[in-house]
Each structure stands twice: as structure tokens, then as C-alpha cells.
Design a protein around this ligand. Structure first.
Ligand SMILES: Nc1ncnc2c1ncn2[C@@H]1O[C@H](COP(=O)(O)OP(=O)(O)OP(=O)(O)O)[C@@H](O)[C@H]1O
Ligand SMILES: [Mg+2]
Length: 367
């Protein structure tokens, strides 16, 4: 029985009946009886201890549905053994004809490789009854920043924004140090708990990168957070793509709305040019040779308008923002460098996470 299908008719807080999973009783079944160490949620051990089986999704009781995204459905659930509240993300495998999809493998791999206090904790992978029912079990985190920004009564304070951005940079620096690109940083993929801690989530587009860098798909990063090199057709890219997205998130926290709300890729480029000025070969060597530059009609040269868009942000804040949103990926600041930027040392200082306000969690059904 799977959470998505057989349980669909049950009230969300009811544990499914285990009627179709009878324990062995009569003599005929006793021949197949499981060893005494059998846990009701774990299959028997294999002959190869290094290859152990996944536990069953029955180890969890479904509480409520949190969200359906493009790669999976997310539920809030409770571990029946420990009582812990967790999030279960069901991977979308239903239409898969070529085995376990690489995107899901990358997501699980990246979560395991990038364990960090600001990356959502993966607990295990559990399975349902069929090969298409695979769930990632994660720590449950009360909010995602996108939802929170829309329901918060007042915007984040500068001191709170500094804490959030600093934590985000720590997580990104950690992923990059472990050779993982996230490739989809945006506010809906940043979770926040009620203790003011950010947890980067949704590694569904993540992948390992190496040296030398090979060609990679340009079809990554949600449009509003996508860097100019990808919009202009670059296929050899690296950690700087994530840093641009961090810049967009920083801008969004300051404005209390997304920085670039574009309708198309062309629109996105024109919004970027409007805010940061038109790029030139001088400030971005190699710009004119990017695959899609010739298709653009860059008529007038524009000047940057960052300071007018953010009139209340200090010089240090604008400096950090413009280093995160630097055109040339080679010159864009790294996460490691950004962590030591003077913005985090000037007043108001970053708020201690313990001092953060707490908010009702929509994901937990609180109003
Ligand atoms: N560990 C978690 N705790 C609480 N809520 C979570 C957790 N993981 C994900 N969510 C919620 O579920 C949403 C979707 O999760 P996620 O981004 O991992 O899925 P996705 O299918 O890849 O989504 P999308 O394609 O929309 O980015 C998140 O925006 C968040 O609101
Ligand atoms: Mg997501």
C-alpha cells in the first residue's frame, strides 16, 4: 500500500490498515516465516550486509499533505517508532520507463554528500509496495521562505536578513566544497524553522561538478533566479550559477518581493540589463562570444540602477549584492568569500537565530 494510492481515501491522520500485510500464521506460511529479528517495518537482511534494504513507508503515519512540486509530492508524517515528525517526499517515478531516474539519484546523493546544519537533513529512503513508490524522508521544517514572505505581517529586519543570507552562504559554500552544484536556489527551496535556521532543500536539479568542467544542460535554475550566462546559452558553467541565485534571494528578502519577475527569457535579460546596466566586453570578457548574444538587439547602453532600487540599503549591502550579481561568472564572488564580507560585521549585526520571531506553520496546518 502506498501513501499516494491506497491511502488516498483515508482521512489524512489515519494509519492505513495492515490487512493486506498479514504476518505468517499457519504451518504453510511458517515455512516462509521471517527470522525473529524481523521488524514489522524492515525487510529481512540480505546475504550481503553492505547492501541493506530500505524500510517501508508503513514506518510512518501520514499527517497532512504539504505541497506538490514538479518532481514530487511532499507530506508531513510521523515516525511510528520514535514519534518524530518528518517530511516525506514522494519521488515521481510513475512515467519512468528507463529505470530509476538520474534526477532522483542525484537528489539523494546530493542530500547525503552535503550534510550541514543549513541543509535539510535526509533521514532515509523508504519504499512502498511497487517500484514506483520511493520516498525521501527528511526532517520536517516549519516554513519555506516563499510562503513565509507572503504571510508574514511585517518584512524581515535587516539584522534577520543578514542571518538568513549568511546561513544560506554557509550551506552553498559547503555544497561547493563538496563538488555539488544546487542549480535551483530560490525562496521556495529554502526552508526555515521556528528557531531562525535556514535549511537548503530540493536538490532535484543538483549534480556533481568536476575539473575539467564538461558541458551541462542550460535548462536549470528557475527563470527568475537564472544567471545571465545561462540565459545567453553558456553550457560550461560552475558554482557561480548558484551565487547569482543567492543574489536574487538576497534582493528578494530586501524588497519583500522577487527581484526579477520576468515573463520570458528575453524579458529576464532586459530586467537584468535595466538593474545592472548593459554588459560589455570590457566588464565581462567573452560576453560578445556567448551563443545567444548575436540574436539580441542590445541597442542602448544603460547604467546600473541598483542604488535607486535599494535606497535604504547601506553601501556595504549594495557592494555585497553587486558582487553576488556580477555579470562575469569568473569575477562573481564565491560563497566562501562572501561569508567574510564587511556587510555581516557592520551594524545592525546579524540577529542571533534564537531571537527570531516564530510564525504559525502553514505546512503543519497551523493558522
Ligand atoms: N523537509 C521539509 N519540511 C517541510 N516542508 C518541506 C520539506 N521539503 C519540502 N517541503 C515543502 O514542499 C515544497 C516542495 O518541495 P521540493 O521543493 O523539495 O519539491 P519539488 O517537487 O522539487 O518542488 P518544485 O519543483 O516546486 O521546486 C517546498 O517548497 C516546501 O514548501
Ligand atoms: Mg522545490
Amino acid at each position: 500500500m502506498s501513501i499516494s494510492e491506497s491511502e488516498a481515501d483515508l482521512p489524512p491522520n489515519q494509519t492505513p490498515s495492515r490487512a493486506n500485510h498479514p504476518r505468517p500464521r499457519g504451518p504453510a506460511q511458517r515455512a516462509n516465516a521471517l527470522p525473529p529479528t524481523y521488524s514489522r517495518f524492515a525487510p529481512p537482511r540480505s546475504h550481503y550486509p553492505a547492501i541493506s534494504s530500505c524500510r517501508s513507508v508503513y514506518a510512518y503515519k501520514r499527517l497532512n499533505h504539504i505541497e506538490e512540486g514538479s518532481y514530487g509530492v511532499v507530506f508531513r508524517a510521523q515516525d511510528l517508532e520514535t514519534g518524530d515528525i518528518v517530511a516525506l517526499k514522494k519521488l515521481k517515478l510513475d512515467e519512468e520507463k528507463h529505470g530509476f531516474p538520474i534526477t532522483s539519484l542525484r537528489e539523494i546523493m546530493a542530500l547525503m554528500v552535503c550534510k550541514h546544519e543549513n541543509v535539510v537533513g535526509i533521514r532515509e529512503v523508504v519504499v512502498g509496495d511497487t517500484l514506483t513508490q520511493v520516498f525521501i524522508v527528511m526532517d520536517f521544517i516549519e516554513h519555506d521562505l516563499k510562503t513565509l514572505l507572503t504571510v508574514m505581517p511585517t518584512p524581515f529586519l535587516i539584522s534577520e536578513i543578514k542571518t538568513l543570507v549568511h546561513q544560506l552562504l554557509s550551506a552553498v559554500a559547503h555544497c561547493h566544497a563538496n563538488w555539488v552544484l544546487h542549480r535551483d536556489l530560490k525562496t521556495s527551496n529554502l526552508l526555515m524553522n521556528n528557531r531562525g535556521q535556514i535549511k537548503v532543500a530540493d536538490f532535484g536539479l543538483a549534480r556533481k561538478f568536476g575539473d575539467p568542467l564538461g558541458d551541462m544542460t542550460q535548462l536549470v535554475v528557475t527563470l527568475w533566479y537564472r544567471p545571465p550566462e545561462l540565459l545567453l546559452g553558456e553550457t560550461v558553467y560552475s558554482t557561480a550559477v548558484d551565487i547569482w541565485s543567492v543574489g536574487c534571494v538576497f534582493g528578494e528578502l530586501l524588497l519583500n518581493e522577487p527581484l526579477f519577475q520576468a515573463k520570458s527569457e528575453i524579458d529576464m535579460l532586459s530586467l537584468i540589463f535595466k538593474l545592472l546596466g548593459t554588459p560589455t566586453e570590457e566588464i565581462w570578457p567573452g560576453f560578445s562570444k556567448l551563443p545567444l548574444v548575436k540574436t539580441l538587439n542590445i541597442s542602448s547602453e544603460r547604467r546600473p540602477t541598483l542604488h535607486t532600487k535599494f535606497p535604504h540599503v547601506s553601501d556595504a549591502g549594495l557592494d555585497l549584492l553587486s558582487r553576488l550579481l556580477t555579470y562575469d561568472p569568473e569575477q562573481r564572488i564565491t560563497a566562501e568569500e562572501a561569508l567574510t564580507h564587511p556587510y555581516f560585521r557592520e551594524t545592525p549585526l546579524p540577529q542571533h537565530p534564537d531571537m527570531f520571531r516564530s510564525f504559525p506553520s502553514l505546512a503543519a496546518g497551523e493558522k
